[in-house]
Design a protein. Structure first.
Length: 223
């Protein structure tokens, strides 16, 4: 808008949308199957759902897990890092996990169905350096999983539905995870509001309606 001098009144924002029912119809049997598959029984699960790319800053999450497990001695945690991507970066993450002696706690799962991994997650983290309006955050909202994220693109639209973290701040990330884990930070109200936001603003139906409205309004103005 600033660069091209576009009038703000001419700008419409359409949120990304997801098929909400795909995330709300998972059964308890499916959840238990996922727990066995990812070996998360009786564990508190921290998840990063994203492609493997340096911009997603998985290293920050691994450093946070190092703090929680090796310094704070919270050994009931397990961290699942999903997705595929840059092979060299993946090897960097594997070496980091090994060097910090986290091989029993941090796992690279490869490509997974978001609903499967989120169904067994207690908290979702997105410590990215750069983002747009991430669908993974919406998926976390739909699955009623507390979300911790950096203040990247779209954050202002969801700031009341998730917990913020400063860029590359592993200490702050670890502290937030610990507060949720120990019950010091109550997230149920935030999670409920996030779910309502998804239903009302970020369903695939709502997204389609909003796009159609823009076309219809434009056509009406032309006439």
């Amino acid at each position: 808008m600033k660069e091209f001098g576009v009038d703000e009144s001419k700008i419409s924002v359409v949120y990304n949308g997801i098929p909400v029912t795909d995330y709300t119809n998972i059964t308890e049997d499916e959840i238990q199957k996922n727990r066995r598959l990812f070996k998360t029984q009786n564990k508190y699960v921290v998840t990063q759902l994203s492609r493997l790319s340096p911009v997603k800053n998985h290293e920050c999450l691994i450093r946070a897990m190092d703090i929680l497990i090796n310094r704070d001695e919270i050994t009931n945690l397990i961290c699942l890092i999903t997705g595929t991507g840059d092979a060299e970066y993946q090897n960097t993450l594997i070496r980091m996990i090994q060097e910090k002696k986290l091989t029993d706690y941090v796992f690279l799962t490869g490509q997974v169905r978001p609903v499967d991994i989120l169904s067994i997650s207690d908290v979702m983290v997105l410590p990215s350096n750069v983002e747009g309006f991430p669908v993974s955050v919406l998926e976390g909202f739909a699955m009623k999983v507390p979300v911790i994220r950096t203040k990247t693109g779209g954050y202002n639209d969801v700031e009341s539905f998730c917990l913020p973290m400063e860029f590359n701040d592993a200490e702050q990330l670890a502290a937030n995870i610990k507060k949720i884990y120990e019950g010091e930070l109550e997230t149920s109200d935030m999670v409920s509001r996030a779910y309502e936001f998804i239903l009302n603003e970020c369903s695939d139906v709502k997204m389609t309606e909003n796009i159609l409205k823009i076309y219809n309004d434009f056509n009406h103005e032309k006439k």
